[in-house]
Structures are given as structure tokens and as C-alpha cells.
Design a protein around this ligand. Structure first.
Ligand code: SF4
Length: 315
């Protein structure tokens, strides 16, 4: 059996509640310069800036040869594919240049507005984009996602993609108690996303890991001293699910209901992620991750594969 080097079967962080379809993960970088307080990936790969993977394209080409035609590949599951470093290294763009002409189904998850640079490739491929926007409040965003683009820049990027015909679903994720859970703010956020061209919303509550909870405790005290409140809430009321600390179900329902109701009012498709909530009350989309949005623009072909991959290896 061929050992994959940079494309791996998606692992939902050990969650028994994941409802994602089978897919592969691809992360051109390790670490992430955006440094979100709530990041789950840091408990697996540590806290460090985005670092390009060595021999990335060569290893990608190696892996692609073993994938079934039209396989679903989610770029950016554990490290954002459009950090500032992508300006220099262009690994994500080069990955798209390999995958798109071959007809792979690609889902890009990002907070980076640099994604609009690649709209020329994205808009002609079997590609959908699911940016993350957790709040419109710049002060809150600066604390919880310190190095990521500002929320309104992300909304503008959604507009650019949507106008070019790229299907966009937005991750309003995570909803964190006391931080971005105000129902009026959520309504405004969802309306702005719809106006920008988003067609689908997926939402989820913050699930604590020891390292991200410690960061939240320290970092969120900058926001009216709520770090301690969140720490206490998760420590006292939290329940363990697959290595994460979840809030009790009724609390999680009350945190996510405003997102779902706003999505319904706006006529957007909606889903919840890793909550264990089922039924149309919480989920009316054909996938939770937005992969159902991926268009069929390029027929997957293994006949083209050899020539395209050889060209990449010669570069
Ligand atoms: S953008 Fe994603 S991978 Fe990067 S720090 Fe934030 S949550 Fe983690």
C-alpha cells in the first residue's frame, strides 16, 4: 500500500460526533500565523507560525497519483492555507494548479483574504470556499483571532468570490459564550454574510482543550475580564466528549439557536458541526462542511493526470 505524504484521510480531531463525508485533508503549511485563541490544532501540532512543508509539491504529486478520480480534498483543516506566508511561498496556489485541472473536488477552509488572489483558478474548478467569520466586532476579533484579517475584509473577500461564481458557505464557528453569542450581533453577521453572497452557514460551539482553554483564560481577560468566567464555566459545567470539553447540551443549543434562526430567516442553508444535533431544526443542508456546494465544472480524468503531473515534477 502506498504511503501518503501530504494528503491524508480527514481526521475530525478524534470526534465521535463528526458528520463530515469521507474526504482527504491537505495542509500546505504546519503551524498557523493567525494564532486564534480557540485553535484546536495547537494541541496536536503546537503553537508556531505557518511554516511551508518541505518538498510540498513533489509530495503532493506523489499522493495525487494514488487518489481515486474526483476525490474530495479539504484544504486547510489544521493550518490556514492563506496566511501571510502564502504571499511568498504560493504553496496553496500551486496545489490548486495541480488539483483543479484534474477534476478533484476541493473545499477551501480559510480566514485569509488572499484567497481572492486565486479566484482565477478557483472559479473554473470543482471548488467551493468556506471562510470563517465569527464576529463583525473588530475589538473581539482582534483578541480571539489576533493575526487574521479583519472581519469586514473577510466579508469583502466573500463578495469577491461570490461575484465570480464561486460557491461560498461560511463557518460561524466557534460561538463562544460571553464573547460572540449576542443574538442581535449574530443576526447582523448572518445578514451581512448573506448580502455578500454566502449561501450556507455552518456553526459550532467552542470545545475546550487544555491548551486553548488556558489561552482563552489569559487572552479573554482583555475583553471585560471574561477569561475567568469562561474558564469557570467549562471547568464546572463541561462534559468530556472525545477528548474535548463540551458545554451541556441545553447551553450549546441556546448558543447556536440564534445562528440557525438567523440563517432560516435569511433563507440560507444551515448545519451544525460536531454537536450531535440532528433533524431539520439544526441541519437542512446536504453536508455539514459545505462540500455539497462544490460544482461539477471539470470531469475527473485519470487520462490527463500523467501529463499534468509529469509537467509539475519537471519544474
Ligand atoms: S486560522 Fe484556523 S488553524 Fe489558524 S490559528 Fe486560527 S483556528 Fe487555528
Amino acid at each position: 500500500m502506498v504511503r501518503l505524504r501530504v494528503i491524508t484521510p480527514f481526521d475530525p480531531w478524534g470526534s465521535p460526533l463528526c458528520t463530515c463525508p469521507f474526504k482527504y485533508s491537505l495542509n500546505p503549511y504546519t503551524g498557523c500565523s493567525f494564532r486564534c485563541l480557540y485553535c484546536y490544532a495547537t494541541s496536536y501540532i503546537g503553537l508556531r507560525d505557518s511554516t511551508p512543508k518541505r518538498n510540498f509539491i513533489r509530495n503532493l504529486v506523489h499522493d495525487v497519483k494514488t487518489l481515486p478520480p474526483g476525490a474530495l480534498i479539504n484544504i486547510g483543516t489544521s493550518s490556514d492555507p492563506y496566511p501571510p506566508e502564502e504571499n511568498l511561498f504560493k504553496l496553496t496556489r500551486r496545489a490548486l494548479e495541480v488539483l483543479v485541472p484534474l477534476g478533484f473536488r476541493v473545499l477551501i477552509t480559510t480566514k485569509g483574504v488572499l484567497v481572492t488572489r486565486d479566484v482565477d483558478i478557483i472559479a473554473r474548478g470543482n471548488v467551493a470556499v468556506t471562510p470563517t467569520v465569527t464576529t463583525l466586532d473588530e475589538r473581539v476579533a482582534r483578541v480571539i483571532e489576533p493575526n487574521a484579517p479583519k472581519p469586514l475584509e473577510r466579508v469583502t473577500a466573500i463578495g469577491v468570490l461570490a461575484r465570480e461564481g464561486v460557491p461560498v458557505g461560511v463557518r460561524v464557528d466557534p460561538i463562544i459564550p460571553y464573547v460572540n453569542d449576542d443574538p442581535y450581533d449574530i443576526e447582523e453577521l448572518v445578514c451581512r454574510l448573506k448580502d455578500a453572497g454566502a449561501v450556507f452557514i455552518v456553526t459550532s460551539t467552542y470545545k475546550a482543550k487544555p491548551d486553548n482553554l488556558a489561552r482563552m483564560r489569559r487572552g479573554l481577560n482583555e475583553l471585560d475580564n471574561i477569561g475567568e468566567k469562561i474558564y469557570k464555566l467549562y471547568k464546572e459545567r463541561g462534559v468530556k466528549v472525545g477528548g474535548y470539553t463540551y458545554l451541556p447540551r441545553e447551553l450549546r443549543e441556546s448558543l447556536l439557536r440564534p445562528v440557525i434562526e438567523a440563517s432560516k430567516r435569511c433563507g440560507l442553508e444551515y448545519a451544525t458541526c460536531r454537536e450531535g444535533f440532528t433533524g431539520r431544526e439544526w441541519f437542512n443542508a446536504r453536508s455539514c462542511d459545505g462540500s455539497h456546494l462544490i460544482p461539477s465544472r471539470i470531469h475527473p480524468s485519470s487520462r490527463r493526470m500523467g501529463a499534468i503531473l509529469d509537467r509539475w515534477l519537471e519544474q
